[in-house]
Design a protein around this ligand. Sequence first.
Ligand code: NAP
Length: 276
Amino acid sequence: MVKLGLIGYPLQHSHSPQLHEAALQETGLAGAYRLYPVPALPEGEEQLAALLDQVRRDEIQGLNVTIPHKETVLARLDETTGAAAAIGAVNTIWAEEGRLHGDNTDAPGFLDDLRRFLGETAVPSPALILGAGGSARAVAYALAGEGGEVILASRRFAQADTLVAQLRDVVSGSLRAVPFTPEMLASLSDTIGLLVNATPVGMTPHEDVSPWPEGASLSPETAVYDLVYNPPTTRLMEQARAAGCRASNGLGMLAAQAALAFTRWTGYEVDFHQFI
Ligand code: NAP
């Protein structure tokens, strides 16, 4: 019996149980994927510790982690992968010989789906990432790790600037921060090969807004990847397609990061894109 699950808060809208249970069914493994709503610390302290102990004792074989625990859980693990340490966040936990391990599959999951979307292995550069939160960190690490030039635009400039300083020494590509202003974004629009939305702007119920300024141009050569997947066609994707750009939502990244976690826990490689 493979026991898997997700810790985070709140969890009502998670797609993870549906994805992982479909994968369990496909592989023929007996098991279940449960939601473990754990409030932010300090309130969820005991619950979090108890769940981690269950993983350590192999009573739970794998846990995904989401907001608000992705960063705080890092310090409670015995080993973290280079990606998790560099990104400063863990989304996948498992145990080996009683030691807790953590990885971040968002970065390789993003790259995997970006390549699938573009139909090529080369990563477009320069890339402009909107936002400097948790997912922007993973995307910046992934793209700059491939040697690309990455520009981070954040409305709190200091947040992007700190991220650049933290990642600069661990990636081969270049990174720089710019302020998130309509003028700045418009001035970059003709030069970028890839635009990534790593803000929640455009998510249901605010699907009529976009992080890209209305009226600002986009070059048809720019590929646009929106991490938001609800609604499936975001306002940003509409703007991009109207400008002649290729555009993708983030559902494929969700599938790809889940597939990588599933392989880590079970050893099975399953194409999760078939479940979205
Ligand atoms: P986060 O850590 O809260 O970061 C959000 C970032 O967006 C922050 O830099 C924030 O800036 C910025 N932001 C928020 N509202 C903004 C606005 N109105 N204008 C400009 N910037 C704004 O969130 P996250 O975990 O990175 O997630 C971001 C989005 O990606 C969410 O919609 C999430 O669902 C999605 N996501 C998708 C996947 C996937 O697999 N497809 C994976 C992870 C995340 P401030 O700090 O100034 O507010």
